[in-house]
Design a binder for this molecule. Structure first.
Ligand code: 0XW
Ligand code: MG
Length: 372
C-alpha cells in the first residue's frame, strides 16, 4: 500500500458556552484546528487532527501546523502507512522538534492501519480492554467575575448532573482563592469522585507550597503546579496526595527525569503534544512498566482527536488509567460522524475499523493544501 495524496483542512472550533474564565483571564471563544486526510492507492484513507492552543497556554501554534504539515507530507508520498515507526523516525530526523505538527499525520496513519486491517485502532495499539474509560471534566466558569468557591460548587453540581465524576479545577492564581476553591469542590465530594486541581504552570514555588500545605489533608490531586520540572520537583514533598504532571511531560526523557526525582504519580499524555499515537503509546507503556498512572488526554479538538483518545484509553490497562477526555463536549462544531461520544462520565471507543469515523466534508470546506 502506498500513500498517494494528503489534504489539509482548517476548521474553527468555538467553545461550548463561549469564552471561559481562567485564573489569568478569559479564554478565546474559539480555537483553530487542523485536520488531515491521507489517501492511499488501496482506496483506504485515514484522518488526523491537532488543535494546539498556544494562543492561550499550551505549547504549539496552528500556523506552525499549517506550514509544517505540507513539508512533512511531501516526504510521505509513496510510503507505506504500515511502516509507521520507521516513518516517525524519518520525520524526526528531518524535523527534530515541534512534535505537535507531526501528530495529525501519525494519527491518520493509525487510522489507515486499522481500516486496512479491519480492526479498531484500540486493538492495533496493543489490545482492547473491556472497561469504558472514566472522563474528567474541566470545571469551566463562564462569568468573568464569577471565579469563586460558590461558582465552583455550582459548576461541579452541574457537571455531576451530566454524569461526570472527575472534576478538574483551573487554579494557578491567587493562593488563598485557590485554597478556597479546592476546599469548596472537596467538601461536596461523593464516593468514587475525584478533584484534580490544575495550576497549568501558574504558581510560583512559594504559592504552590502554600496551597499544597493548606490542602494537604484534602483528597485532591495537584496538577502541574509550576512551569518547569525543576520547580515541580521542589514542590512535590509538600503535597499530601498524588501529583499529576502535564505541560512538563513532552518526551519519554521527561517522564524518566520526573520518575527518578520522585516528582510524579500521574502522567498526563496529551497525544497532540507528544507527537501522535506512536509516541503516546511508547510513553504510556513506559509509564505502566514504571508503575505510574496515566491520563489519556489532548489539548483541544473535535471528533477526530476525541476518537483517538477513546482508542488510546481503551487500549490502556484500566488499573493504570485515571481518566481521559471527550473534547467534543468542549466545542460546538462537528467534523465527523461515527464517534460514540460520552456516556455520562465514561467513554468507549468505536468497534468499527480504524478510528471509526466519516468526515463531514460540509463542516470543513475546501482543503487549504493538497500534497500529491
Ligand atoms: C479541554 N481541556 C480539558 C483539555 C486541555 O488541557 C485544556 C482543558 C480545558 O478545559 O481548558
Ligand atoms: Mg493540565
Amino acid at each position: 500500500m502506498k500513500i498517494t495524496r494528503i489534504s489539509v483542512f482548517a476548521v474553527e472550533l468555538p467553545t461550548k458556552g463561549g469564552a471561559y474564565r481562567r485564573p489569568w483571564g478569559l479564554s478565546p471563544a474559539a480555537y483553530d484546528s487542523t485536520i488531515v486526510k491521507i489517501e492511499t492507492d488501496a482506496g483506504v484513507f485515514g484522518l488526523g487532527e491537532v488543535c494546539p492552543i498556544g494562543t492561550h497556554y499550551m505549547r504549539g501554534w496552528a500556523g506552525a501546523v499549517r506550514s509544517g504539515v505540507p513539508l512533512i507530507a511531501k516526504a510521505l508520498i509513496g510510503e507505506d502507512p504500515f511502516q509507521v515507526e520507521r516513518l516517525n523516525r524519518a520525520w524526526d530526523a528531518r524535523f527534530r522538534d515541534d512534535q505537535y505538527v507531526k501528530a495529525p499525520l501519525d494519527m491518520a496513519l493509525w487510522d489507515i492501519i486499522g481500516r486496512a486491517s479491519d480492526r479498531p485502532v484500540s486493538e492495533m495499539l496493543g489490545g482492547r480492554y473491556a472497561e469504558a474509560a472514566p472522563l474528567y471534566r474541566s470545571v469551566h466558569v463562564f462569568d468573568e467575575n464569577g471565579f469563586s468557591p460558590d461558582a465552583i460548587s455550582e459548576r461541579c453540581r452541574h457537571y455531576r448532573a451530566e454524569g461526570y465524576r472527575h472534576f478538574q479545577l483551573k487554579v494557578g492564581g491567587e493562593p488563598d482563592e485557590d485554597i478556597a476553591m479546592i476546599a469548596a469542590a472537596c467538601s461536596e465530594l461523593r464516593a468514587g469522585e475525584r478533584v484534580i486541581a490544575d495550576a497549568n504552570c501558574g504558581w510560583t514555588m512559594s504559592s504552590a507550597i502554600r496551597v499544597a500545605q493548606a490542602v494537604r489533608d484534602l483528597p485532591v490531586v495537584i496538577e502541574q503546579p509550576c512551569r518547569t520540572l525543576e520547580e515541580c520537583i521542589a514542590v512535590r514533598p509538600h503535597c499530601g496526595g498524588p501529583v499529576k504532571l502535564d505541560e512538563s511531560m513532552e518526551t519519554i526523557q521527561d517522564v524518566l527525569r520526573a520518575f527518578h526525582a520522585g516528582a510524579v504519580d500521574i502522567v498526563c499524555i496529551k497525544v497532540g503534544r507528544v507527537g501522535g499515537l506512536t509516541k503516546a503509546r511508547r510513553m504510556r507503556d513506559l509509564c505502566l512498566d514504571l508503575g505510574l498512572t496515566v491520563c489519556a488526554d489532548d489539548v483541544w479538538g473535535s471528533e477526530i482527536v476525541s476518537s483517538s483518545l477513546a482508542h488510546f484509553a481503551q487500549s490502556t490497562d484500566p488499573k493504570h488509567l485515571i481518566n481521559t477526555t471527550d473534547l467534543t463536549d468542549y466545542v460546538t462544531v462537528r467534523t465527523a460522524d461515527g464517534f460514540p461520544g460520552r456516556d455520562g462520565g465514561e467513554m468507549t471507543a468505536s468497534t468499527a475499523p480504524g478510528l471509526g469515523l466519516n468526515l463531514r466534508l460540509d463542516a470543513l470546506g475546501a482543503p487549504i493544501a493538497v500534497v500529491d
